[in-house]
Design a protein around this ligand. Structure first.
Ligand SMILES: Cc1cc2nc3c(=O)[nH]c(=O)nc-3n(C[C@H](O)[C@H](O)[C@H](O)COP(=O)(O)OP(=O)(O)OC[C@H]3O[C@@H](n4cnc5c(N)ncnc54)[C@H](O)[C@@H]3O)c2cc1C
Length: 401
């Protein structure tokens, strides 16, 4: 069976569905091809099931990319207020959790329903359970999905990243980029828990479940948020955020300020204050969770109680240098950092500079957001830009004479 469309979009995730809506609304015949049994599976598990669908304070500084300027145009064209207008049109109840992060009150299903309904209204056809075997390009694109052959003058690759393979992540988007000669920036798991080396595992892993408000940093980047000990290392928002920067441009360790803006040794320095292990433990318990305080002092008992030694202990708690053995990998990563090199794409339309009609949007592109709704905002914005560009392009007439 051969099906002809104006555009075929590979991947019915956040970016693909948004692109489909924009192109469909403008009268294009749109097919979305999805290998999973339903659209938007990642949307459904996002934000703990409540989908952190955007962030009110979205700026280009919230994104990592080899070209930090690339995301500016799309984010300026389609911002958080635009998606929010859509959410309000559907009367989806939502709330701001913290730091501008907007979540559904009920469930992520509300966002998926919105997207599917908009697709329906725009006449978009979604083909689920459809696995693409091969893509060829002659005058237009031919997409071979076994039983069905799709053809279209425009192809949008919205197949996402490598994270969470068990819900359908594939490397297909990167393979297609390579097939058409586009460069890829090395992929790595982002927004991912870190794993301790064996020494730190022995020291700290029985603290699993203990959390603290910290500041993490790596190079010039810093994040004041919550950190959590796990059975294998560290997690929590402060760690997920900094994980995207670890081993990116530098080999810097992850540095953790365990008691930001607090001077735990000042109690020991007061006139006539006791300076011994017990006094140190109780001073530390005032700035750290009890179990962490006790473990820290056990591990780092000062040799003496001189001011110099206290200075070193004070500094130590504000600059805990962790050299992780690795990350929890794509199984646990919220995103894939790296991807299709932005130098290969137009920042206004997401179209390949090498091949007219070929577009890459969403997570498959080397643009990765911080934690907090930024990755969906990138998916919406890049999807809208490509959808509008496709709709604005006059149809390619393939002449038979
Ligand atoms: C657990 C978790 C929670 C998250 N929570 C949030 C959050 O609250 N807020 C936020 O902003 N971001 C969140 N993210 C990140 C966000 O989900 C992604 O950045 C976003 O979904 C990327 O959209 P996308 O459309 O590019 O890719 P995806 O949403 O991954 O969609 C890609 C689609 O392509 C399909 N596909 C793959 N290969 C093929 C193929 N060969 N043929 C056809 N179809 C294919 C996949 O099945 C999938 O449906 C979360 C991620 C995870 C893993």
């Amino acid at each position: 069976m051969n099906q002809a469309f104006d555009v075929v979009i590979l991947g019915a995730g956040a970016a693909g569905l948004m692109c489909a809506i924009e192109a469909g609304r403008r009268g294009k015949r749109v097919a979305v091809v999805e290998r999973a049994e339903r659209a938007g599976k990642k949307i459904l598990i996002s934000g703990g099931g409540r989908c952190n669908f955007t962030n009110l304070h979205c700026t280009p500084e919230n994104f990592l990319s080899s070209n930090p300027h690339f995301c500016k145009s799309a984010l300026a064209r389609y911002g958080p207020a635009d998606f929010l207008a859509l959410v309000e049109k559907y009367k989806i109840p939502y709330h701001e959790k913290t730091l501008g992060q907007l979540f559904c009150d009920r469930s992520a299903q509300d966002i998926l329903h919105l997207l599917e309904e908009e697709c329906r209204l725009a006449g978009v056809r979604i083909f689920v359970n459809t696995r693409v075997k091969q893509v060829r390009h002659n005058a237009g694109f031919e997409i071979d999905a076994g039983n069905v052959m799709f053809s279209a003058p425009a192809l949008v690759v919205a197949t996402g990243g490598l994270s969470i393979p068990k819900i359908g992540a594939t490397a297909f988007g990167y393979e297609l980029a390579e097939q058409f000669g586009l460069a890829i920036r090395q992929c790595r798991p982002g927004l991912v828990p870190l794993v301790f080396d064996s020494e730190n595992q022995q020291r700290y892993c029985d603290l699993a479940g203990v959390s603290a408000e910290v500041v993490t940093s790596c190079g010039a980047q810093r994040f004041p948020e919550m950190m959590l000990f796990t059975h294998r290392g560290l997690s929590g928002p402060a760690i997920l955020q900094i994980s995207s920067y670890w081993k990116w441009k530098t080999d810097d360790p992850v540095v953790i300020d365990l008691a930001p803006e607090q001077a735990w040794t000042s109690a020991l320095r007061a006139p006539r204050a006791r300076r011994d292990l017990q006094a140190a433990r109780s001073a530390l318990r005032k700035v750290l969770p009890v179990r962490l305080a006790d473990r820290w002092i056990e591990q780092q008992t000062p040799r003496d109680w001189s001011n110099r030694s206290l200075d070193a202990r004070e500094a130590g708690i504000h600059r805990w240098e962790v050299n992780p053995a690795g990350t929890e990998g794509y199984q646990k990563a919220e995103v894939t950092a790296g991807g299709v090199d932005t130098g290969e794409l137009s920042s206004k339309t997401m179209e390949s500079r090498k091949l007219h009609g070929l577009f890459f949007i969403g997570e498959v592109v080397d643009v990765t957001g911080h934690l907090g709704g930024f990755n969906f905002q990138w998916a919406w914005a890049s999807g809208v830009c490509a959808g509008q560009a496709i709709a604005d392009t006059p149809p390619i007439v393939v002449r038979s004479d």
